[in-house]
Design a protein around this ligand. Structure first.
Ligand SMILES: Cc1ncc(COP(=O)(O)O)c(C=O)c1O
Length: 433
């Protein structure tokens, strides 16, 4: 059967960004005929024994408690399970000296849902037919933002400026405030901090500048803190979460070991929270209460914040260091390769300036030597215009083991050298890869 689809149906039945390329990766792995690949494409966090044990202990505690029936045998409020809301309020008030109440919190089934609610509640067509934009102030950013709006033309991303350290082969994106436009047409602003795919952490000053620009037009700013402190604390550079009247601080417990339970948390002004809560009631009623009940325990005991800084953060920080050292040692120093500063998240982002082939062709070349990365062009949702840079980057996941990362980076260095040298010597036509 081939049903006719609405405009929304067409939009929502497509896979966008990285999900589209995952199909190719899954097929490659399935048809590998016993060939071993080092898969550096994964966004799934590593199952760390201490983290798994934390969730096991919380589950056992829940199973043994009187609360169990209340949790799994009943519907609850759309806003979220009260003990989890209370745990978040208490933790954030103490930790960041805030005065939050339960009215400032919304629990969602994963944070992806939160971006879908916000993008469509604040962005898209108004009842008068005007287009309210969803602004991504710094592109590249999370590929999932590409699929959340029912009005794709509302999504608009801005090209950043690049801070380049030629000598050390490093670079960093900065928001380009001379281009960024937040106006009375802006419905909301979204960015991830730390950023998936780049590991970039916008400075407190940059965040406040964006929030101030948006406040002038009463525009909500969603700070996607899926990798931020206090959990999972996947920031390797210092950062302070920023709060404010128009800021929605959006968290996820996925990278803190609970991706299967789908827990997102929004902290913000009650009016914004109410709008998103109503959206949620219409969409799915509420998030799973089992996940919320174990999350409440892990936050209340302090174990989640502690495991985040003592286990989760060092695990990925060690990996990025191994990756940096290997690239520094094996990448040809005369080639214009630049690694984004590893300030957080679970990925490295490599830019190969003036790469003679495009990122998809490089992805194929790497597959041929048993290494799977993600082509970078999938991470520029909403960015219009021709920017060569979009086709010169790859995302490398830090979820593989250290020996795998080392081996893969050595192979990558060889492939990159071959690609630049072959084309520069004109041994191969540019499009032969
Ligand atoms: C930056 C960012 N935001 C949001 C999400 C969605 O996370 P979840 O829906 O599991 O909370 C992800 C997932 O990888 C992410 O990397």
């Amino acid at each position: 059967m081939n049903p006719a689809l609405s405009q929304f149906g067409t939009q929502m039945s497509q896979l966008t960004g990285v999900r589209a390329i995952m199909k190719d990766i899954i097929e490659t792995l399935r048809n590998s005929n016993g060939r071993k690949f080092i898969n550096l494409s994964a966004g799934n966090p590593v199952i760390l024994p201490e983290v798994e044990q934390l969730w096991r202990d919380c589950t056992q505690d829940l199973l043994a408690s009187q609360e169990y029936g209340e949790v799994v045998c009943r519907y609850g409020s759309s806003q979220g399970y009260t003990p989890l809301i209370e745990a978040v309020v208490k933790d954030f008030n103490q930790r960041y000296n805030l005065s939050l109440s339960d009215r400032n919190i919304l629990i969602t089934p994963g944070s992806q849902a939160l971006y879908l609610y916000a993008a469509n509640a604040f962005g898209g067509r108004t009842v008068e037919g005007n287009l309210r934009q969803i602004v991504l102030p710094l592109s590249p950013d999370y590929t999932g933002y590409g699929g959340v709006t029912l009005t794709p033309e509302a999504l608009i991303a801005y090209q950043p400026t690049l801070e380049i350290d030629e000598f050390h082969h490093r670079f960093k994106y900065r928001p380009d405030f001379s281009q960024l436009q937040i106006t009375d047409q802006t419905g909301c602003v979204i960015f991830s901090r730390p950023c998936n795919p780049t590991g970039n952490v916008l400075s407190d000053e940059e965040v406040n500048k964006i929030a101030t620009l948006a406040a002038e037009y009463n525009t909500p700013v969603l700070i996607d803190s899926a990798y931020a402190c206090p959990f999972p604390a996947l920031n390797f550079a210092p950062m302070t979460p920023q709060f404010g009247d128009n800021i929605l601080h959006c968290m996820s417990l996925s990278k803190a070991g609970l991706p299967g339970e789908r827990i997102g948390i929004a902290i913000g002004e009650p009016k914004l929270i109410q709008i998103l809560e109503s959206f949620q009631t219409n969409a799915c009623i509420h998030s799973s209460r089992y996940g919320q009940a174990i999350a409440a325990r892990a936050i209340n005991s302090g174990a989640l914040a502690q495991i985040s800084t003592e286990i989760i953060r060092p695990h990925y920080q060690d990996k990025i260091e191994v990756l940096e050292q290997t690239l520094d040692e094996y990448m040809p120093s005369n080639l214009p390769w630049f690694l984004h500063r590893g300030e957080g998240a679970i990925f490295a982002w490599l830019w190969l300036k003036d790469l003679p082939i495009n990122d998809w062709q490089l992805y194929q070349e790497l597959k041929a030597v048993g290494v799977i990365v993600v082509p970078g062009s999938t991470f520029f949702p909403g960015l219009r215009g021709n920017w060569q840079h979009k086709h010169e980057c790859v995302r490398i996941s830090l979820t593989a083991t250290e020996p795998e990362i080392t081996k893969a980076m050595k192979r990558l260095a060889q492939v990159v050298e071959k690609v630049y040298v072959a084309v520069n010597n004109s041994q191969l036509p540019v499009n032969s890869y």
